[in-house]
Design a protein around this ligand. Structure first.
Ligand code: DGL
Length: 277
């Protein structure tokens, strides 16, 4: 079991920002990464739809023998983490939520900005975290419609991306935020552009390193860590175009891969031996 892969998924390429931290922190671990690009973005879909997609992806990862699952998507975690844990009680399943607590500890101005999708802000997980940890600060919630799509399209710099970011950042800057939480796993891929636009005095938080560290702890406690001598193997799956996904993986995290296609049928998610005709 300890030699089994870790399953990681997202609506698209965003979860690769978590994948790269996991691979960095746990170099002996193999991974299976699923990008549900047939349905990206998840952020403005209904909870029922997102849960259906997440359960099908998790079925796939479990059928591939994964020993743990990381829901590398704040939106999916917000609505599907509990249903996933109920369906697969035998597996450690980790989710992501916006890093509000560290931001509250860090802020000096008492104003924290959070960038996320509508579904994440509506989720109980986020609301409970804000209620529990952020009562003493002002939290400016910024819905970033279209930002995940820019990252999917590889539009990570230049005037178009800057204009969108400026629109999203303006209300947080106007409110006096000195700390910004990236509450969507797509956004770390534009962190350099964000830093350039907000200047060096703003803290911009990407939760991925903390998630990788938490995963390491969970695997250690469950005696699930791969042997340190193991040679890691990384496999990538997409529910859309495998060639476009291969290019995105190379561009975003520098990994060369030959991804495998997954196709949706009513009910299960099927793995294709060859590309769909
Ligand atoms: N990467 C996803 C997240 O962390 C969201 C992108 C989407 O809307 O699909 O929330």
């Amino acid at each position: 079991m300890s030699g089994a892969p870790i399953g990681i998924f997202d609506s698209g390429v965003g979860g690769l920002s978590v994948w790269r931290q996991i691979v960095h922190c746990l170099p002996a671990e193999s991974t299976h990464y699923v990008a549900d690009q047939a349905h990206v973005p998840y952020g403005n879909r209904s909870a029922v739809e997102i849960q259906e997609y997440c359960l099908a992806i998790a079925e796939h990862l479990v059928s591939e023998g994964c020993k743990a699952i990381v829901v590398a998507c704040n939106t999916a975690s917000a609505v599907a983490l509990e249903p996933l844990r109920q369906r697969f009680p035998q597996l450690p399943i980790l989710g992501l939520e916006p890093a509000v607590k560290p931001a509250v500890q860090l802020t000096r101005s008492g104003v924290v900005g959070v960038m996320a999708t509508p579904a994440t802000f509506q989720g109980q997980l986020y609301r409970a975290t804000v209620g529990r940890t952020a009562s003493a600060v002002t939290v400016v919630e910024q819905v970033c419609i279209g930002l995940a799509d820019l990252v999917e399209q590889g539009d990570l710099e230049g005037p178009h991306c800057d204009a969108a970011l400026q629109r999203f950042l303006a209300p947080m800057l106007a409110a006096g935020a000195d700390t910004i939480v990236l509450g969507c796993t797509h956004y770390p891929f534009v962190i350099e552009a964000i830093r350039r636009l907000v200047g060096p005095s703003m803290a911009v938080l990407d939760p991925a390193p903390a998630v990788a560290k938490h995963l390491a702890d969970v695997l250690r406690q469950g005696a699930l860590l791969a042997k340190s001598s193991a040679v890691a193997e990384h496999r990538f799956f997409t529910s859309a175009d495998p060639e476009a996904f291969d290019r995105a993986v190379a561009r975003l995290v520098g990994a060369q891969c030959s991804s495998e296609a997954l196709i949706w049928r009513p009910g299960p998610l099927l793995r294709l031996a060859s590309a769909p005709v």
